[in-house]
Design a protein around this ligand. Structure first.
Ligand SMILES: Cc1ncc(C[n+]2csc(CCOP(=O)(O)OP(=O)(O)O)c2C)c(N)n1
Ligand SMILES: [Mg+2]
Length: 885
């Protein structure tokens, strides 16, 4: 507050005294009420009062309101010192032995108190009395979490020696939290900045959803997310905070470690990150608790009756604060306090050392404790704690507060000694060069205290659960509707999928565990029928009468609603899907999420979440609707997806399929249910569906295995020559079938038509077999599934899909014959399906020409036939290349 512009000091004083009196006699709530009334009155009288979302740059909780710290401070400080030492030693050792292994010292050094207060007093482990808190640990603070687990006896010295060397060392520790690599330990992959915040918000919301749906109520559980101040610049970090407030997620606590630095330098050198974040979170409706100053400042602030210290605190920018930390007490006196004579006097009796000891809130356990205690008690809002700390705290000359500190992985002997002395680690000068790990004796008071605290909180964490009771999956008959064919009735695979989903939700055993998730596209996919049938989840029910109440399929929001409608928010939907897909691990219940979205806005837009889903081992189905470059007529370049399958294939445990017929879809989803929820395989599914209507044949005999493995013979041609093998998938398979007819009718060429449900799975199988052959030269060569399928057949092979040519190209190594691929390389554009398929040269006519060309090359027919086809079908040889226009 700018006190210099006060035009009537006496009047101000009277008002402030009046307020003081209310605060003293009637309490904060009354004071708040009166202030709000005054502001309201002024606004109603026409005054323009600009909104200020900031409070003063001091702790939100005044010393008089701080919850009492119940722990033994000296003991906790010693335990924390050992953890600090071991975390640092882990990184230093790793890089000493293997230059370039990396790791971070400075981040945990700044966050140690934030974590330790949590471990000693707040984080509940999962046990029979408590579901367990869900803690998203800042990724690159992992060494600190390992160091604590070492003291707790959950990790050994050998584990620590293998930090960042996991490949051939059982028990090696992953660089960052990766459940895939340490499946009994880490729960949440957090190191891709921004995803933690998003995933934590949707995790907290999913807990509320489970409770409102009477599946599982765990109101005692909190979701904690430890985030960096630099990380808050990621759009994902802030992108969902309004949802958290709207949903009143009082089970959610963010702790932002505001060490004022990111990797390269200051986060906000020219202003203050804490104030900026406060305004953003307060504006969004969060409970904001600032922990700016440590206890050493309390006496000074208490004496600051005229607010001059506060003014100085607000004037200084983060770049200045970084300097004060790095340059020490004398510098701080000169540049911070000496600016105003009153402040100069205030610290006149303090030594430079005393000034340097003036601590930041995030390093003061009593302040951190008070903030956490207030946060866990707060109801009706999520809480964010903005804690000011020092990056590289304790690293001294090796990097405390320096711009290079983030990357600092080595510490020389001198620096190690300083670190040791600062934290009183009992390691002698003789040993220190090696940075040995330190662990006190099991019967030492520190170790007893550490275990006792964890015992009081129910055990140790993080720990991750891998297996639970399997679900009973319905038999395939449940999908009979899709297996028996649609006869003359035309429908899309999207429609078939919606029917299947509806059938699943009605299943007695698993129906209630299905979680349909949609961004704002349910109507696009014909899912509006589900609004009424399942209800759209709303934590407050429906407070209004929907405009379409008269209709059967009205927009029904309800507290027990099953559908998670996330609005136009693919990243949020994905995070919701991850929360549901990991319910087996985090909550011990198998939830079955189906996230249905525009396929173009999937892997391409939210691919990093998909990668995280692989790491976290989410189980469930991603349904890429309106997929393919040419099925989605009209929508054009930014909507038409010709590569999502390619992106899906990059995730090792993502199984992808591109089915054409309803029965294929049914077989695939049924097997997915079996594998994920019965066998508990750590995989997830990406399945594309289309919006093109056609009739669906019944399930042929004997093709189930082929559908699942990626290819089966759909239509066998006569045994004669010339013959070709035609492969097709998804939207283009029907063009392939049409091409087979044309080849026969116009050119007397017969063909076998293969439905390829998954080029990706065929490729994986192919390379697995190839690898086996490579390593077993002394044994009979094995054939992959694709080779087995094609070996009896004759003629060149032609494949066409609605995806880029790379997609069918990925199995080339397993087709030891001539292999031609057609695809949809290039930018999409709006037009009819027919025009698009012609434009991309992936329609029946081009398939015929490609087949004839292949036969001509093999001298099975004359090349005149190819020219004849081009003319006959009116193809323009001079047409521009679709990749270039
Ligand atoms: C999406 C993403 N971009 C970049 C990085 C690389 N990176 C790791 S830590 C870091 C700096 C983090 O700064 P901050 O969030 O302030 O955390 P601090 O270490 O200061 O606690 C960066 C850029 C990453 N992990 N993820
Ligand atoms: Mg930072």
């Amino acid at each position: 507050m700018d006190t210099q512009s006060d035009s009537d000091i006496q009047e101000t004083k009277e008002w402030l005294e009046a307020l003081d009196s209310v605060l003293e006699h009637e309490g904060v709530e009354r004071a708040h009420y009166l202030l709000e009334r005054l502001i309201d009155k002024a606004r109603r009288s026409g005054a323009y009062l600009p909104y200020r979302a900031n409070t003063a740059y001091i702790n939100t909780i005044p010393p008089s309101s701080e919850a009492h710290f119940p722990g033994n401070q000296a003991m906790e400080r010693r335990i924390k010192a050992f953890i600090r030492w071991n975390a640092m030693a882990m990184v230093v050792k790793a890089n000493k032995k293997f230059d370039g292994l990396g790791g971070h010292i400075a981040s945990f050094a700044s966050a140690a108190t934030l974590f330790e207060v949590g471990f000693n007093h707040f984080f509940h482990a999962s046990n029979e009395n408590h579901g367990g808190d869900l803690v998203f640990f800042q990724g690159h603070s992992a060494p600190g979490i390992y160091a604590r687990a070492y003291l707790e006896g959950r990790l050994t010295k050998d584990n620590l020696h293998h930090f960042r060397r996991e490949t051939f060392n059982k028990g090696g520790l992953s660089s960052y939290p990766h459940p895939w690599l340490m499946p009994d330990f880490w729960q949440f992959p957090t190191v891709s900045m921004g995803l933690s915040s998003l995933m934590a918000i949707y995790q907290a919301r999913f807990l509320k959803y489970l409770c409102n749906r009477n599946i599982l109520c765990a109101e005692e559980r909190k979701v904690w997310a430890f985030l960096g101040d630099g990380e808050m610049d990621e759009p994902e970090s802030l992108g969902a905070i309004s949802l958290a407030a709207r949903e009143k997620l009082d089970n959610l606590i963010f702790v932002v470690n505001c060490n004022l630095q990111r990797l390269d330098g200051p986060v906000r050198g020219n202003s203050k990150i804490i104030q900026e974040l406060e305004a953003v979170f307060r504006g969004a409706g969060w409970n904001v608790i600032k922990v700016v100053w440590g206890s050493y400042w309390d006496p000074l602030l208490a004496r600051d009756k005229d607010g001059i210290l506060l003014r100085r605190m607000e004037e200084a920018v983060d770049g200045d604060y970084q300097n004060y930390q790095v340059r020490g007490g004398a510098y701080t006196r000169e540049h911070f306090f000496n600016k105003y004579p009153e402040l100069q006097d205030m610290v006149a009796n303090m030594s430079d050392e005393d000034i340097w000891r003036l601590n930041r809130g995030g390093h003061d356990p009593t302040k951190v404790y008070a903030a956490y205690a207030a946060a866990v008690k707060h109801s009706g809002q999520p809480t964010v704690i903005l804690a000011k700390t020092v990056k590289g705290y304790g690293m001294g000359i090796a990097g405390e507060g320096q711009n290079i500190t983030h990357q600092q992985k080595k510490m020389g002997e001198e620096a190690l000694k300083v670190f040791r002395d600062r934290f009183n680690i009992p390691i002698s000068d003789d040993e220190i060069g090696d940075a040995p790990f330190y662990k006190p004796a099991p019967d030492s008071p520190e170790m007893q205290y550490l275990h006792e605290r964890r015992k009081a909180l129910g055990g140790y964490l993080p720990t991750r659960r891998n297996k639970i009771e399997p679900l009973e999956i319905p038999t395939l008959d449940a999908f009979e509707l899709l297996l028996k064919g649609s006869k003359e009735r035309e429908m899309s695979t999207t429609m078939a999928f919606v029917r299947l989903l509806a059938a699943l939700t009605r299943d007695k055993k698993i129906g209630r565990y299905i979680v349909p998730i949609v961004p704002d596209e349910a109507r696009t996919f014909g899912m509006e029928g589900m609004f009424r049938q399942l209800g759209i989840y709303s934590s407050v029910g429906q407070l209004y009468e929907p405009v379409d109440i008269e209709q059967v399929m009205y927009y029904k929001e309800e507290k027990q609603g099953q559908i998670l409608h996330e609005g136009i928010n693919e990243a949020g939907s994905f995070a919701s899907w991850i929360a549901a897909g990991t319910a087996y691990s985090n909550h011990g219940i198998n939830m079955i999420p189906f996230y249905i979205y525009y396929s173009m806005f999937g892997f391409q837009r939210t691919g990093d979440l998909a990668w995280a889903a692989g790491d976290i081992q989410a189980r469930g189905f991603l349904i890429g609707a309106t997929s393919g470059r040419t099925t989605l007529a009209g929508e054009g370049l930014q909507h038409q997806d010709g590569h999502s399958h390619h992106l899906a294939a990059t995730i090792p445990n993502c199984i992808s399929y591109d089915p054409t017929f309803a029965y294929e879809l049914a077989i695939i989803i049924h097997d997915g249910l079996r594998r994920m929820y019965q066998e508990q395989e750590n995989i997830f599914y990406y399945i594309t569906v289309m919006n093109e209507n056609y009739s669906h044949p019944p399930l042929p005999d004997g093709v189930n295995e082929g559908i699942l493995r990626g290819i089966y013979l759909l239509q066998q041609g006569r045994e004669q020559s010339p013959k070709v093998q035609l492969l097709g998938s998804g939207a283009i398979l029907r063009e392939v079938l049409a091409a087979a007819e044309l080849l026969e009718k116009d050119f007397g060429v017969t063909s076998d038509v293969w439905s390829v449900t998954s080029f990706g799975e065929l490729r994986r199988d192919g390379y697995a077999v190839k690898r086996w052959n490579l390593l077993h030269p002394d044994q009979p060569t094995r054939e992959c599934y694709l080779e087995q399928c094609l070996k009896e057949s004759t003629g060149p092979v032609v494949a066409a899909t609605d995806y880029i040519k790379q997609h069918p190209d990925q199995v080339r190594a397993f087709i030891p014959r001539q292999y031609t691929v057609l695809g949809t390389d290039g930018f999409g554009r709006s037009d009819t399906r027919e025009a698009l398929r012609s434009f991309f040269e992936a329609n029946r006519y081009y398939i015929v020409v490609a087949a004839l060309q292949a036969l001509a090359e093999e001298k099975e027919i004359s090349s005149d036939k190819v020219t004849e086809a081009i003319t006959k079908y009116g193809l323009d040889p001079e047409k521009p290349d679709p990749l270039k226009v």
